[in-house]
Design a protein around this ligand. Structure first.
Ligand code: AMP
Length: 282
Protein backbone atom coordinates (compact mmCIF):
# COMPACT_ATOMS: atom_id res chain seq x y z
CA UNK A 1 0.00 0.00 0.00
CA UNK A 2 1.30 3.43 -0.91
CA UNK A 3 0.66 6.46 1.24
CA UNK A 4 0.68 9.64 -0.82
CA UNK A 5 0.57 13.26 0.36
CA UNK A 6 1.02 15.19 -2.85
CA UNK A 7 -1.54 15.84 -5.58
CA UNK A 8 1.14 15.68 -8.31
CA UNK A 9 2.23 12.22 -7.13
CA UNK A 10 -1.26 10.74 -7.01
CA UNK A 11 -2.08 12.20 -10.43
CA UNK A 12 0.97 10.53 -11.90
CA UNK A 13 0.03 7.15 -10.34
CA UNK A 14 -3.54 7.50 -11.65
CA UNK A 15 -2.24 8.31 -15.12
CA UNK A 16 -0.14 5.15 -15.24
CA UNK A 17 -3.04 3.00 -13.93
CA UNK A 18 -5.35 4.45 -16.59
CA UNK A 19 -2.81 3.55 -19.30
CA UNK A 20 -3.21 -0.12 -18.32
CA UNK A 21 -7.00 0.31 -18.37
CA UNK A 22 -7.37 -0.53 -14.70
CA UNK A 23 -10.64 0.60 -13.14
CA UNK A 24 -10.29 2.89 -10.14
CA UNK A 25 -12.62 2.84 -7.12
CA UNK A 26 -12.47 5.75 -4.70
CA UNK A 27 -13.50 5.99 -1.04
CA UNK A 28 -13.28 9.51 0.41
CA UNK A 29 -13.22 9.69 4.22
CA UNK A 30 -12.25 11.91 7.12
CA UNK A 31 -10.50 9.01 8.85
CA UNK A 32 -10.88 7.49 12.32
CA UNK A 33 -11.95 4.47 10.35
CA UNK A 34 -14.65 2.06 11.49
CA UNK A 35 -16.56 -0.82 9.90
CA UNK A 36 -18.83 1.63 8.06
CA UNK A 37 -15.85 3.05 6.15
CA UNK A 38 -14.38 -0.42 5.64
CA UNK A 39 -17.63 -1.68 4.08
CA UNK A 40 -17.22 0.97 1.37
CA UNK A 41 -13.62 -0.19 0.85
CA UNK A 42 -14.69 -3.83 0.58
CA UNK A 43 -17.29 -2.94 -2.05
CA UNK A 44 -14.76 -0.90 -4.01
CA UNK A 45 -12.23 -3.74 -3.88
CA UNK A 46 -14.85 -6.12 -5.27
CA UNK A 47 -15.87 -3.75 -8.09
CA UNK A 48 -12.50 -2.36 -9.20
CA UNK A 49 -8.90 -3.28 -10.07
CA UNK A 50 -7.51 -0.49 -7.93
CA UNK A 51 -8.85 1.19 -4.78
CA UNK A 52 -7.84 4.63 -3.54
CA UNK A 53 -8.96 5.94 -0.16
CA UNK A 54 -8.53 9.51 0.97
CA UNK A 55 -8.24 10.60 4.58
CA UNK A 56 -8.70 14.33 4.95
CA UNK A 57 -10.54 16.21 7.68
CA UNK A 58 -11.95 18.87 5.40
CA UNK A 59 -12.02 22.27 7.12
CA UNK A 60 -14.48 23.87 4.67
CA UNK A 61 -17.33 21.56 5.69
CA UNK A 62 -17.15 22.52 9.38
CA UNK A 63 -18.95 25.60 10.68
CA UNK A 64 -17.10 28.16 12.85
CA UNK A 65 -18.37 26.64 16.12
CA UNK A 66 -18.18 23.01 15.04
CA UNK A 67 -15.72 20.25 15.92
CA UNK A 68 -12.99 20.62 13.24
CA UNK A 69 -10.14 20.98 15.76
CA UNK A 70 -11.27 18.16 18.03
CA UNK A 71 -12.50 15.78 15.28
CA UNK A 72 -11.03 12.35 16.22
CA UNK A 73 -7.86 11.44 14.35
CA UNK A 74 -5.76 8.24 14.35
CA UNK A 75 -3.63 8.13 11.22
CA UNK A 76 -1.46 5.18 12.31
CA UNK A 77 -4.49 3.05 13.19
CA UNK A 78 -6.24 4.07 9.96
CA UNK A 79 -3.25 3.13 7.79
CA UNK A 80 -3.08 -0.31 9.43
CA UNK A 81 -6.78 -0.91 8.77
CA UNK A 82 -6.50 0.27 5.18
CA UNK A 83 -3.47 -1.92 4.52
CA UNK A 84 -5.11 -4.98 6.08
CA UNK A 85 -8.22 -4.44 3.95
CA UNK A 86 -6.16 -4.29 0.73
CA UNK A 87 -6.43 -0.60 -0.19
CA UNK A 88 -3.89 0.23 -2.92
CA UNK A 89 -3.31 3.91 -2.13
CA UNK A 90 -4.19 6.12 0.80
CA UNK A 91 -4.17 9.80 -0.07
CA UNK A 92 -3.48 12.00 2.98
CA UNK A 93 -3.03 15.56 1.74
CA UNK A 94 -2.34 18.46 4.10
CA UNK A 95 -4.77 21.36 4.39
CA UNK A 96 -2.29 23.54 2.47
CA UNK A 97 -2.03 21.00 -0.36
CA UNK A 98 -5.81 21.10 -0.88
CA UNK A 99 -6.47 24.76 -0.07
CA UNK A 100 -3.27 26.69 -0.85
CA UNK A 101 -3.00 30.35 0.16
CA UNK A 102 -5.41 32.43 -1.92
CA UNK A 103 -7.82 29.55 -2.59
CA UNK A 104 -11.13 31.02 -3.84
CA UNK A 105 -13.27 28.44 -5.67
CA UNK A 106 -16.30 26.63 -4.24
CA UNK A 107 -18.92 24.29 -5.68
CA UNK A 108 -22.48 24.75 -4.45
CA UNK A 109 -25.57 22.64 -5.12
CA UNK A 110 -28.66 24.77 -4.58
CA UNK A 111 -32.01 23.83 -3.03
CA UNK A 112 -31.53 20.44 -1.41
CA UNK A 113 -28.59 21.77 0.61
CA UNK A 114 -30.90 24.17 2.50
CA UNK A 115 -33.08 21.54 4.18
CA UNK A 116 -32.52 18.76 6.77
CA UNK A 117 -28.88 19.12 7.95
CA UNK A 118 -28.42 22.22 5.76
CA UNK A 119 -30.73 24.23 8.03
CA UNK A 120 -28.45 24.05 11.05
CA UNK A 121 -25.20 23.62 9.06
CA UNK A 122 -25.53 26.35 6.39
CA UNK A 123 -22.15 26.02 4.59
CA UNK A 124 -21.59 22.34 5.29
CA UNK A 125 -22.61 20.91 1.91
CA UNK A 126 -20.75 23.62 -0.01
CA UNK A 127 -17.62 22.34 1.75
CA UNK A 128 -18.52 18.73 0.97
CA UNK A 129 -19.20 19.31 -2.74
CA UNK A 130 -16.06 21.42 -3.09
CA UNK A 131 -13.77 18.78 -1.59
CA UNK A 132 -15.47 15.86 -3.35
CA UNK A 133 -15.26 17.64 -6.69
CA UNK A 134 -11.57 18.41 -6.12
CA UNK A 135 -10.87 14.83 -5.08
CA UNK A 136 -12.71 13.49 -8.15
CA UNK A 137 -10.51 15.70 -10.36
CA UNK A 138 -7.37 14.49 -8.60
CA UNK A 139 -8.21 10.75 -8.44
CA UNK A 140 -10.34 10.44 -11.62
CA UNK A 141 -12.21 7.42 -10.27
CA UNK A 142 -14.55 5.24 -12.33
CA UNK A 143 -16.70 4.69 -9.26
CA UNK A 144 -16.90 6.46 -5.89
CA UNK A 145 -18.41 4.96 -2.75
CA UNK A 146 -20.55 6.77 -0.17
CA UNK A 147 -22.56 5.61 2.84
CA UNK A 148 -26.35 5.77 3.14
CA UNK A 149 -25.65 6.89 6.72
CA UNK A 150 -25.13 10.38 5.24
CA UNK A 151 -28.24 10.24 3.05
CA UNK A 152 -28.41 13.95 2.26
CA UNK A 153 -24.69 14.03 1.46
CA UNK A 154 -25.03 11.26 -1.10
CA UNK A 155 -28.12 12.93 -2.65
CA UNK A 156 -26.19 16.22 -2.95
CA UNK A 157 -23.17 14.48 -4.48
CA UNK A 158 -25.37 12.62 -6.96
CA UNK A 159 -26.95 15.95 -7.97
CA UNK A 160 -23.55 17.61 -8.40
CA UNK A 161 -22.25 14.66 -10.42
CA UNK A 162 -25.25 14.74 -12.73
CA UNK A 163 -25.48 18.55 -13.06
CA UNK A 164 -21.75 18.92 -13.79
CA UNK A 165 -21.58 15.82 -16.07
CA UNK A 166 -18.80 14.29 -14.00
CA UNK A 167 -17.37 11.01 -15.30
CA UNK A 168 -17.87 9.01 -12.16
CA UNK A 169 -20.49 6.54 -11.01
CA UNK A 170 -21.74 7.16 -7.47
CA UNK A 171 -22.35 3.97 -5.48
CA UNK A 172 -24.37 4.16 -2.25
CA UNK A 173 -23.56 1.52 0.39
CA UNK A 174 -25.85 0.53 3.30
CA UNK A 175 -25.49 1.95 6.80
CA UNK A 176 -23.42 -0.27 9.08
CA UNK A 177 -24.67 -0.36 12.67
CA UNK A 178 -23.36 -1.44 16.05
CA UNK A 179 -25.01 -4.57 17.53
CA UNK A 180 -27.50 -2.38 19.43
CA UNK A 181 -28.49 -0.50 16.27
CA UNK A 182 -26.50 2.74 16.66
CA UNK A 183 -25.21 3.83 13.25
CA UNK A 184 -21.41 3.66 13.27
CA UNK A 185 -19.79 7.08 13.20
CA UNK A 186 -16.39 8.52 14.05
CA UNK A 187 -18.28 10.98 16.26
CA UNK A 188 -19.64 8.15 18.48
CA UNK A 189 -16.21 8.31 20.15
CA UNK A 190 -17.25 11.61 21.76
CA UNK A 191 -20.21 10.07 23.62
CA UNK A 192 -20.10 9.51 27.38
CA UNK A 193 -21.06 6.00 28.49
CA UNK A 194 -24.50 7.27 29.48
CA UNK A 195 -25.13 9.13 26.21
CA UNK A 196 -23.84 6.15 24.23
CA UNK A 197 -26.65 4.06 25.79
CA UNK A 198 -29.27 6.81 25.30
CA UNK A 199 -28.24 7.22 21.64
CA UNK A 200 -29.71 3.82 20.74
CA UNK A 201 -33.11 5.59 20.81
CA UNK A 202 -32.29 7.06 17.37
CA UNK A 203 -32.25 3.79 15.46
CA UNK A 204 -34.94 2.28 17.69
CA UNK A 205 -37.34 5.13 16.87
CA UNK A 206 -36.62 4.76 13.14
CA UNK A 207 -37.15 0.98 13.18
CA UNK A 208 -40.39 1.41 15.15
CA UNK A 209 -41.58 4.12 12.73
CA UNK A 210 -40.83 1.72 9.88
CA UNK A 211 -43.08 -0.87 11.54
CA UNK A 212 -45.90 1.69 11.80
CA UNK A 213 -45.50 2.54 8.11
CA UNK A 214 -45.43 -1.14 7.17
CA UNK A 215 -48.69 -1.54 9.10
CA UNK A 216 -50.24 1.14 6.89
CA UNK A 217 -49.61 4.56 8.50
CA UNK A 218 -49.06 7.14 5.71
CA UNK A 219 -49.55 10.40 7.60
CA UNK A 220 -46.25 12.28 7.62
CA UNK A 221 -47.02 14.38 10.72
CA UNK A 222 -48.03 11.32 12.74
CA UNK A 223 -44.81 9.50 11.87
CA UNK A 224 -42.67 12.54 12.68
CA UNK A 225 -44.52 13.11 15.98
CA UNK A 226 -44.09 9.44 16.87
CA UNK A 227 -40.31 9.61 16.32
CA UNK A 228 -40.04 12.89 18.28
CA UNK A 229 -41.95 11.40 21.21
CA UNK A 230 -39.78 8.30 21.25
CA UNK A 231 -36.56 10.34 21.18
CA UNK A 232 -37.83 12.64 23.93
CA UNK A 233 -38.06 9.65 26.28
CA UNK A 234 -34.28 10.18 26.60
CA UNK A 235 -34.04 13.39 28.57
CA UNK A 236 -30.53 14.29 27.38
CA UNK A 237 -31.48 14.10 23.71
CA UNK A 238 -31.86 17.50 22.03
CA UNK A 239 -33.59 17.17 18.67
CA UNK A 240 -32.21 19.26 15.80
CA UNK A 241 -34.73 17.88 13.29
CA UNK A 242 -36.86 14.86 12.44
CA UNK A 243 -38.25 14.84 8.91
CA UNK A 244 -39.79 12.62 6.25
CA UNK A 245 -39.02 13.63 2.66
CA UNK A 246 -38.99 12.09 -0.79
CA UNK A 247 -36.07 9.66 -0.82
CA UNK A 248 -34.83 10.63 -4.28
CA UNK A 249 -35.46 14.39 -4.59
CA UNK A 250 -35.50 15.17 -0.83
CA UNK A 251 -38.60 17.27 -1.58
CA UNK A 252 -41.26 17.83 1.08
CA UNK A 253 -44.17 15.38 1.00
CA UNK A 254 -47.57 15.47 2.73
CA UNK A 255 -48.32 11.78 2.59
CA UNK A 256 -45.83 8.95 2.56
CA UNK A 257 -45.54 7.35 -0.84
CA UNK A 258 -42.78 5.96 -3.06
CA UNK A 259 -39.30 5.94 -1.54
CA UNK A 260 -39.50 7.87 1.71
CA UNK A 261 -36.46 9.07 3.64
CA UNK A 262 -36.95 9.34 7.39
CA UNK A 263 -34.04 11.44 8.63
CA UNK A 264 -33.03 12.90 11.96
CA UNK A 265 -30.28 14.78 13.74
CA UNK A 266 -30.06 14.78 17.52
CA UNK A 267 -27.53 16.23 19.93
CA UNK A 268 -26.26 14.57 23.08
CA UNK A 269 -24.21 17.25 24.83
CA UNK A 270 -21.90 18.69 22.16
CA UNK A 271 -22.19 15.59 19.97
CA UNK A 272 -24.52 15.82 16.99
CA UNK A 273 -25.57 12.43 15.62
CA UNK A 274 -27.53 11.69 12.44
CA UNK A 275 -29.41 8.63 11.28
CA UNK A 276 -31.95 7.79 8.61
CA UNK A 277 -33.93 5.07 6.96
CA UNK A 278 -35.28 4.66 3.44
CA UNK A 279 -38.71 3.03 3.37
CA UNK A 280 -40.51 1.89 0.25
CA UNK A 281 -44.20 2.87 0.58
CA UNK A 282 -46.87 1.68 -1.86
P1 AMP B 1 -16.71 10.31 7.09
O1 AMP B 1 -15.32 9.84 7.38
O2 AMP B 1 -17.60 10.36 8.29
O3 AMP B 1 -16.73 11.56 6.26
O4 AMP B 1 -17.37 9.18 6.17
C1 AMP B 1 -16.75 8.76 4.99
C2 AMP B 1 -17.73 7.89 4.22
O5 AMP B 1 -18.09 6.76 5.03
C3 AMP B 1 -19.05 8.61 3.87
O6 AMP B 1 -19.44 8.22 2.56
C4 AMP B 1 -19.98 8.10 4.91
O7 AMP B 1 -21.34 8.12 4.50
C5 AMP B 1 -19.50 6.68 5.08
N1 AMP B 1 -19.94 6.14 6.38
C6 AMP B 1 -19.75 6.70 7.60
N2 AMP B 1 -20.36 5.96 8.56
C7 AMP B 1 -20.96 4.92 7.91
C8 AMP B 1 -21.75 3.81 8.34
N3 AMP B 1 -22.06 3.62 9.61
N4 AMP B 1 -22.19 2.94 7.40
C9 AMP B 1 -21.88 3.12 6.09
N5 AMP B 1 -21.14 4.14 5.63
C10 AMP B 1 -20.69 5.04 6.52
Amino acid sequence: MRVVEKIAEIKSIVRSQKRTEKTIGFVPTMGYLHEGHMSLVETSLRHNDYTIMSIFVNPTQFGPNEDFERYPRDLDGDLKKAELAGVDIVFIPTKEEIYPKGYKTYVNVEGITNLLCGKSRPDHFRGVTTIVNKLFNIVEPDKAYFGQKDAQQVAVIRKMTSDLNLNVEIVTCPTIREDDGLAMSSRNAYLSEKDRLSATILSKSLFEAKELINKGERNREKIIDFIIQRINTEKDAIIDYVDAVDGDSLEQIDFLKGNVLLALAVKFGQTRLIDNMIIACE
